[in-house]
Design a protein around this ligand. Structure first.
Ligand code: GS8
Length: 210
């Protein structure tokens, strides 16, 4: 059966970019549909009636929601190349733990960095660097969070790199000065075609906010 793959997405979304990287890693052709999140389409309401959020992957008419769940789905369905999660159950749970850490800690702190001011922003900056330092420890001397190869946790985190200029401009800080290993890792990921072709330019993300 011919595969029909449609992605409901929004260009600057760090969640949507995760799915686009996974699809690129697997070499899957798909139809990209940009959603205007202020005027959501009926299709988005129908395909993600619970959260009404992008990204949604529609595979042969059936929706899959939530970026990390979508990336895992892609890895399971198109399992002939570029494995994203390890095959060992313990290693898989380890990767899921860190991807969840990114969603819980990094996402929360990073949006507070640019959306708040004063004391609230100071607390956000603390949380932001605390999370990234923990991630630096987890990365250790490995080239990728996945070890020798780019994988699930790398995908979960690298899309935030598109937003680094926003965080640095609003937060008035340098991520490289505080977390050089994260920047070195991000640059390494950027050498991958799937990442370089997907990540929206940092300044474009900043411009899109206004
Ligand atoms: C988050 C998706 C999300 O927040 C995931 O897919 O991983 N946990 C989900 N999507 C946002 C756009 S990106 O900031 C969204 O669709 N927002 C629309 C809304 O909240 O109404």
């Amino acid at each position: 059966m011919a595969e029909e793959v449609v992605l409901l997405d929004s260009l600057a979304s760090m969640f949507g970019m995760r799915v686009r990287i996974a699809l690129a890693e697997k070499g899957i052709k798909y139809e990209y549909k940009e959603e205007d999140l202020r005027h959501k389409t009926d299709l988005l309401h129908k395909m993600n009636p619970v959260h009404k959020k992008i990204p949604v992957l529609i595979h042969n008419g059936k929706p899959v929601c939530e970026s990390l769940i979508i990336v895992q789905y892609i890895d399971e369905v198109w399992n002939d190349k570029s494995p994203l999660l390890p095959s060992d159950p313990y290693q898989r749970s380890h990767a899921r733990f860190w991807a969840d850490f990114v969603d819980q800690k990094v996402y929360d702190a990073s949006r507070r960095v640019w959306r708040t001011k004063g004391e609230e922003q100071e607390a956000a900056k603390n949380d932001f660097f605390k999370s990234f330092k923990i991630l630096e420890r987890e990365l250790g001397d490995k080239p990728y969070f996945g070890g020798e190869t780019f994988g699930f946790v790398d995908i979960a985190l690298i899309t935030f790199y598109s937003w680094f200029y926003v965080y640095e401009t609003y937060g008035k800080f340098s991520i490289e000065a505080e977390c050089p290993k994260i920047i070195a890792w991000a640059k390494r990921c950027m050498q991958k075609e799937s990442v370089a072709n997907t990540l929206l330019d940092q300044k474009k993300v900043y411009d899109l906010l206004w």
